[in-house]
Design a protein around this ligand. Structure first.
Ligand code: NIG
Ligand code: FE
Length: 531
């Protein structure tokens, strides 16, 4: 049995450098019988290796091990290895995907964000003959990526619970939606008509519509009603490839309803395949009857302590804090006060800024070390520079700019300045869009991003905006196996085929388990596109 014969070692970078091997990643297998009773093992005992995910070698023949000198009568190991983990027992691997024609890793060197020009340089493995595989371990993490031969040499087919032949298909990371408001009651289709007739977002808002209309409906709705509305929205996200989504509260504006919304997100977690990152947005609007200064005090002195109490009790898990910083809503100073109070609780700062006019909130947010700022249609060059320097992710929402006919956010300037740009749907009753592929398409056509930049923005950089880039947003060994199987000749079809994502995503995989498959009708004879 494989598991009895071999022990897996992962070669770390320092060891690679020490032995003049320049492969960024290297997994080696040592026969268990050769393992010393204690201490490290010498590379000379290596019997098989998967090097950079590419090939299977024997130590004695490997060109990359040439240059190491002999010791122990065999080979000298300048970096002796300690085992990082024992291979799991047979059938303990979760999933093998084999024979893919393309694997889009997005990045492959452990980057926690792609900044500026890096966004245009995707890590892509190509084998038009269909020879690429990904193995997922029993924890739902990626164990190996490479040729069919190399992956199967490391993990024989019999060790997998599930084997999927994805011949001719493309694998890419699950998409990450960096900005959504998915918990609410009461649609605003009438306002859409008003806006088409010429009303601006703020005119509708000031007339008592907009966010405040949704607040009334959401306050009146029960937790069950809100959950019932939320779950199908999350299911639609999955069908268009989203596997992790940021989800805000913000239609309560009082402690009770804000907590109710966060509880609805909590209740959705075990019921939905989309992984959720919760954001507390109690400062999404100034509630009727209060000034923005009073509302600021309520958020800081009323809502935040209650959220902390519930987090400490383990009843709520909240990752970030958000404020709608805008003329006529919360000022830069009020926003800064609220964000600092959230930061004191350990929340990531991730707020709405510079959407309808320039307030220089980007400079303020960067100064506070914000993880992300969303919208940014009116951000200044100095604000862009400050965000790039601070590593604050610019979250761009092309649906909102499109629906409200706003000026385009200066995405090209952001990329030129070396900032990390992410994308989100901004799903909310104003911008009813749940599809990240549509958002990527709009980002390319309206905001002049390249397709590679849009995919970086919808994966690793969106994960970075949520503080999850170490585990999400790219296909790399050790990361969570959230991925899409695309029935197309290349990943670019996911963006190119406007509005067709649900038809070309054949499977969505979350932590190594298939959580969504394209309905059979979409693949029936005659309905399938020929490329
Ligand atoms: O990001 N700008 C503030 N918040 C949302 C809109 C929410 C709403 O209109 O209900 C946004 O676009
Ligand atoms: Fe928003």
């Amino acid at each position: 049995m494989h598991s009895e014969r071999f022990i897996q070692y992962t070669v770390r970078m320092a060891e690679l450098m020490a032995s003049s091997i320049y492969w960024p990643k290297c997994t080696v297998m040592v026969e268990a019988s050769r393992r010393p009773a204690a201490g490290p093992v010498c590379l000379g005992d290596l019997t098989r290796g998967v090097l950079a995910g590419q090939s299977v070698v024997s130590a004695r023949q490997s060109p990359v091990l040439r240059g190491t000198s002999q010791c122990c009568g065999v080979w000298r190991c300048t970096g002796c290895l300690s085992p990082t983990r024992e291979l799991p027992s047979a059938a303990a691997m979760r999933l093998l995907l084999h024979s893919a024609r393309q694997v889009v890793q997005v990045c492959s060197d452990g980057q926690l964000a792609l900044r500026g020009a890096e966004m245009g340089r995707l890590a892509v493995l190509d084998r038009p003959d269909g020879g690429l595989a990904v193995a997922v371990d029993s924890d739902g993490k990626i164990a190996a990526i490479g040729s069919n031969e190399s992956v199967l040499a490391a993990y024989p087919e019999s060790s997998f619970e599930q084997v999927m032949d994805v011949s001719g298909q493309v694998l890419l990371p699950g998409l990450v939606d960096a900005h959504t408001h998915p918990v609410w009651a009461g649609d605003r289709v009438n306002e859409f008509a008003m806006k088409l007739a010429g009303a601006s977002y703020m005119e509708v808002h000031q007339a008592g519509g907009g966010i405040n209309f949704t607040v009334e409906k959401t306050r009146a709705a029960s937790e069950e009603t809100l959950l019932k509305a939320l779950l199908p929205r999350l299911q639609r996200m999955i069908s268009t490839g989203t596997t992790l989504a940021e989800c805000k509260s913000g239609y309560g504006l009082d402690t009770e309803t804000e907590v109710k919304m966060l509880r609805v997100l909590e209740a959705a977690r075990p019921r939905s395949a989309v992984e959720l990152s919760s954001t507390f947005c109690g400062a999404h609007s100034v509630p009727k009857g209060k000034t923005s200064s009073e509302a600021t005090d309520t958020v800081i002195d009323g809502m935040l302590p209650e959220i902390k109490r519930l987090r400490d009790l383990g009843e709520l898990s909240v990752d970030s804090i958000d404020v709608f910083c805008e003329k006529g809503v919360f000022s830069v100073e009020e926003t800064s006060r609220i964000l600092r109070a959230g930061k004191d609780q350990g929340l990531l700062l991730n707020f709405h800024g510079e959407e309808l006019c320039r307030l220089n909130s980007a400079e303020m947010g960067a100064g506070l070390g914000a993880a992300a700022i969303s919208h940014l249609e009116h951000v200044s060059p100095e604000g862009i520079g400050a965000m790039a320097a601070a590593g604050t992710v610019a979250v761009i929402l092309p649906t909102t700019a499109y629906i409200l006919r706003l000026v385009a956010p200066p995405v090209r300037d952001m990329i030129a300045a070396g900032a990390a740009v992410a994308l989100g749907t901004d799903f909310n009753p104003n911008a009813y869009c749940l599809s990240m592929p549509l958002v990527m398409h709009l980002a390319c056509v309206n905001l002049r991003m390249t397709m590679a930049e849009a995919l970086s923005a919808a994966t690793i950089n969106a994960a970075a905006s949520l503080g999850r880039a170490a585990s999400h947003g790219s296909l790399e060994v050790g990361k969570q196996a959230d991925l899409l199987v695309l029935d197309a000749p290349s990943w670019k079809h996911l963006i190119y085929q406007f509005g067709e994502a649900a038809h070309i995503i054949s499977h969505v995989i979350k932590r190594g388990r298939v959580v969504h498959s394209r309905p059979a009708s979409a693949t029936a004879a005659g309905e399938r596109c020929q490329y």
